[in-house]
Write a protein that binds this ligand. Structure first.
Ligand code: GLV
Length: 328
């Protein structure tokens, strides 16, 4: 039987390539070159599968130019790089990498919250710059985590993980807002209460964003929402760039209309709004919330499982548009 052909669009673990090579003819981008969409289309010619990392755009134009493509396996839980409707219309399966990154990403959300509220990055920069000449009682006073109110927007698996950490580990009062309310048992387990978005923004001491990016969630936090927040509040975005209006946030931070922000994702990343690079009260990290070796390996393995599951066995593990399977 001839092997299906698979493209790996970005550099990845050698073990991941080896696993794929056991089943497929593999072309990979271990040099991690930045391919334009025209180059991606060229590389995809004759390929039935592609391993993507969340930054390669798969849309109707690309699919029309790559008629042999059957599956796009994202090594990410988010899949806003996929035009899923266009994929479904062309009978192309999309898969993502949920669950395996939940706890690691929740850990990071909490780390970023703590670094932001307790001004860890800002004070470290101060020390490294040789500015620490003497201790004073009000140096880098931040806001408390324990006993404060944590507002989570987006209460999927990662949001729930952050809620548990806040409620059980730090005695926080947890409120959340989500498209749909969790069932009572899950709310009780997370010790979280459902509130409207406006109430959450007005009452939370710390707001953490974990919503998927869709046209409907674009600028979930803009100038109007920032104006509702407490001047002492912190905002953390580990969801996606575009969930926050970064220009409006930079202005709010500069004018101290909120106390601080922690951002792992940015509009137009890897570009970062220039104003965010100059305000001191923001912690900036380069989209690393799921970055531990075991978790990144598990994410890569799940993408490979999906490629093998679909192209070899006809049974992908985490399909996003299962209608494609029904139509086969
Ligand atoms: C990372 O941002 C992911 O969606 O997995």
């Amino acid at each position: 039987m001839t092997k299906a052909k698979v493209l790996v669009a970005r550099s990845i673990f050698p073990e991941t390539i080896a696993r794929l090579q056991a089943h497929f003819e593999v072309e990979s981008n271990q040099a991690d070159d930045n391919w334009s969409s025209a180059q991606l289309i060229e590389k995809l010619q004759g390929k039935q599968g592609v391993f993507t990392t969340g930054s390669e755009r798969i849309d109707g134009a690309l699919l029309a130019a790559c008629p042999e493509l059957k599956i796009c396996a994202n090594m990410a839980v988010g899949y806003n790089n996929f035009d899923l409707d266009a994929m479904t219309a062309r009978g192309v399966l999309g898969t993502n990498a949920p669950d395996v990154l939940t706890e690691t990403t929740a850990d990071f959300g909490f780390a970023l919250l703590m670094a932001t509220a307790r001004r860890i990055a800002e004070s470290e920069h101060f020390l490294r710059a040789g500015k620490w000449k003497k201790w004073s009682y009000d140096m880098f006073s931040g806001s408390d985590i324990h006993g404060s109110t944590l507002g989570i927007i987006g209460m999927g698996r990662i949001g729930q993980g952050i809620a548990r950490r806040g409620a059980l580990g730090f005695g926080m009062k947890v409120i959340y807002h989500n498209r749909s309310r969790l069932d009572a048992a899950l709310e009780a387990e997370c010790k979280a209460s459902y509130v409207g978005k406006e109430e959450l923004l007005k009452t939370a001491d710390h707001v953490v964003l974990v919503v998927p990016y869709t046209p409907a969630s674009h600028h979930t936090i803009g100038a109007a929402e920032l104006a509702l927040m407490k001047p002492t509040a912190t905002l953390v975005n580990i969801a996606r760039g575009g969930i926050v209006d970064d220009a409006a946030l930079a202005a709010a931070l500069r004018e101290r209309r909120i106390a601080a922000a922690g951002l792992d994702v940015f509009e137009g990343e890897p570009q970062v709004h220039p104003e965010l690079l100059t305000v001191p009260n923001v912690v900036l990290t380069p989209h690393i919330a799921s970055a531990t070796v075991p978790t990144r390996r598990a994410m890569a393995d799940l993408a490979v499982d999906n490629l093998i599951g679909f192209l070899v066995d006809g049974k992908p593990v985490t399909p996003l548009n299962p209608a494609v399977l029904a139509g086969r």
